[in-house]
Write a protein that binds this ligand. Structure first.
Ligand SMILES: *Cc1c(COP(=O)(O)O)cnc(C)c1O
Length: 364
């Protein structure tokens, strides 16, 4: 039987050779390869600065810290995301405030953001979820109007665009290179910004606040990237557009061929380039079976699937303990409807045909 995973990193001989070269060079941590990766990445995104860090979570945490987010501050974000997004706010002693999401794009809803602004709001942390950019224009306008910082969680959206500009170039961008993402370094992260001051603080925070060798000016961490990771990243970045084109083609194929009542294929806004980190369908009430039964059916036939995400963040035990209650009805509803199907670039044409055949034959 065929076995199609929900995600799969593509690592070629080129990445393996690049790692070998670093290992033989003896320069293993935050050296020349990291500098090159940062240069290539900033050029790709179209920003003045890129700061490589240990993972996507530390990228978010350092970005917030560099902006001076602290205890007593509120940051508005989406409840429909991976836990790291909101936790990066908690790490600062600040309070995540959840705004509800758009039913079609799954992204933060600017109208609800407006309702959640208080005198303590300092920033909006938007997530370009599943590879579809959030409503950048509306969110930017709110930030300008209320004097708020804009942080973009780009962990699922490397190469995605809004009005022809790459995400991560509008506010402070935070990327992850975890193995399931659109490009990988194993573990790894990147902060992107046009502000030289913010970039400088991020660089200090990443490396013990060290401004010169053994001169420590602020309290910093060790969130450095290794040259081993960066060497992989340099090659992966060169292949990113090709990976994303394949994801888009795969998504278009599924959009065209999946035909089952009650299964809603992903929505894409015209002004966006969607890079399909995940291919997320909605299972509506008129679908022939329950979502759980459908997942079991798919897995029995070797089609990987997953729920992103089964719980809005405020329903997570940690957040319940912190006193959060459900005030985002759309997020709560969608958590019960979404289902991710394989869309990654390692899928073959036969895989795609097989997925369609399995889904469309559900009732047969
Ligand atoms: C993966 C991910 C992160 C965290 O990145 P790590 O590299 O795993 O720390 C943050 N936000 C979102 C939306 C993610 O998908």
């Amino acid at each position: 039987m065929r076995s199609i995973p929900i995600a799969k990193p593509i690592i070629s001989e080129e990445e393996i050779r690049a790692v070998e070269e670093v290992l033989r060079s003896g320069m293993l941590a935050q050296g020349e390869a990291v500098r090159r990766f940062e240069n290539d990445f900033s050029e790709y995104i179209g920003v003045d600065n890129a700061i490589a860090v240990s993972n996507g979570t530390t990228a978010l945490a350092l970005a917030l810290k560099a902006l001076g987010i602290k205890q007593g501050d509120e940051v508005i974000t989406t409840p429909f995301t991976f836990i790291a997004t909101a936790n990066s706010i908690l790490f600062q002693g600040a309070k995540p405030v959840f705004a509800d999401i758009d039913e079609k794009t799954f992204n933060i809803n600017p109208d609800d953001v407006l309702k959640k602004i208080t005198s303590k709001t300092r920033a909006i942390l938007g997530v370009h979820l599943f590879g579809h950019p959030f409503d950048v224009e509306a969110i930017q306008e709110i930030c300008e109007c209320y004097n708020l910082f804009l942080i973009e969680d780009c962990a699922q959206a490397h190469g995605a665009e809004y009005n022809g500009k790459k995400v991560g170039s509008f506010g402070i961008g935070c990327f992850s290179f975890y193995p399931t993402k659109n490009m990988t370094t194993g573990e790894g992260g990147m902060i992107t910004t046009n502000s030289n001051e913010i970039a400088e603080v991020c660089r200090l925070l990443r490396n013990h606040g060290e401004s010169r060798k053994y001169l420590h000016t602020i309290l910093g961490y060790n969130h450095r990237m290794t040259d081993i990771q960066a060497a992989i990243g340099i090659i992966q970045l060169r292949r990113l557009d090709e990976f994303n084109e394949k994801r888009i083609k795969n998504a278009e194929y599924l959009n065209k061929h999946l035909k089952m009542k009650g299964l809603i294929t992903p929505y894409k806004k015209n002004e966006t380039k969607h890079v399909y980190h995940q291919y997320v369908v909605k299972i509506e009430e008129d679908f022939p079976v329950s979502r759980d039964a459908f997942m079991e059916y798919l897995r029995d036939r070797g089609v990987g699937c997953a729920i992103h995400y089964p719980l809005p963040i405020y329903k997570q035990p940690l957040y319940q303990q912190l006193g959060y209650r459900d005030d985002c009805p759309i997020a709560s509803e969608l958590a019960n409807k979404v289902l991710s199907l394989p869309v990654h670039p390692a899928l073959t044409e036969e895989d795609l045909r097989y997925i369609v055949e399995v889904v469309n034959n559900l009732e047969a």
